[in-house]
Design a protein around this ligand. Sequence first.
Ligand SMILES: [Mn+2]
Length: 425
Amino acid sequence: MDRICPELIAAANQALTKSFQQDFRALGESLSRRGLDIKNILAESASLTVALPSWGFSQAGTRFGRFPIAGEPRNVAEKMFDAAVVNDLTGITPRVSIHVPWDKPIDSKILKRQATSLGLAFDSINSNTFQDQPGQRYSYRFGSLSHTDRAVRRQAIEHHLECVEIGRALGSKALTVWLADGGSFPGQQHLRLALERVIGSLREIYSALPKTWRLFTEHKPFEPAFYSTVVQDWGTSLMIAQALGPQAACLVDLGHHLPNCNIEMVVARLIAANRLGGFHFNDSKFADDDLSTGSIKPYQLFLIFNELVDAARDPETKKSRPPFEPAYMIDQSHNLKDPIEDLMLSAVEIHRAFTKALLVDRTALARYQEMNDVVMAERTLKVAYETDVSPILAEVRRQAGAALDPVAVYRRCGYREAKACERRN
Ligand SMILES: [Mn+2]
């Protein structure tokens, strides 16, 4: 069993049709009382797609342990089948982001062919210079692109050039640099020189980037370095992007901020600088980057999409070069949940936040902001946020041939049980 059969999805949808249609009609009526046409919202809502992380299909566990479930994928080809299940049932996740070397293809042509046959394409390619790989000449123990030794930096640069080559063969259009360099103790690293070396190394990578590609850097305040991460916040990430050139942009991982950080402000500033590259979606309670998207702070996710929708509708942003096209991707760890179920539900939560942001009455909001009417301005956002857009999300899925209720179909089809028999080590 490799795909969810379309007849099964259609039959499951058929059983829900009556109640679904009632809910959709009721929402349409309530939106029309607010001057909104559900057909227009539906069309805009259907424009969202989110990429899936190749590393998100197994139980990654925590530093304390890993509790694998039966039927986990053993290689990148098996991960592609799992990704196809997520996309077949949600209809909004048609791309996979590959991590090298964890999911380095043995033959990129064969992997690309498999992806195409599953209705999938490839998103950005992700590097890894935060672990030593077997056979590697120099260690990254004291850093990679920021290392004091030029030979180590050269090795890390070469790895990124290899990622670009693999990405080219797969049809990727972006390189995401996972840069964990930093120091765990005061005095360990010269703070300014470490950044200079990172920018120098990235310049060499940037100069080898195909002209149609983008290069994303991700910031993170700590971990694995516990005192000073070289790219610790969006300011440093922006400095790097501006030093490199127009193809470089900043990636915002929602879990890579210190507690209580106003992430929608970070997003607004990066948009203003025309350097918002995209997102790694996840959620966080304390300072982690592992929890399911929308599981802890759904209002924050909505407020982030509110900035994105606002910018997308702004005539000034429409004129920006390179164009305003943030890349959306999930980057979370699955410790307890079945990764396929969690990725489906996370994609739906991202879709939900985006669709709610489409409902914001921006004319009224601008007026209240001009009048300094704080209560009504906030209320305008809350009215959109409090609207249950589930029927719109379901209709987008239905029109894409996907499931009204993805998890229910997944549980009924027995995919995981079939894989548990097939995928024995
Ligand atoms: Mn990330």
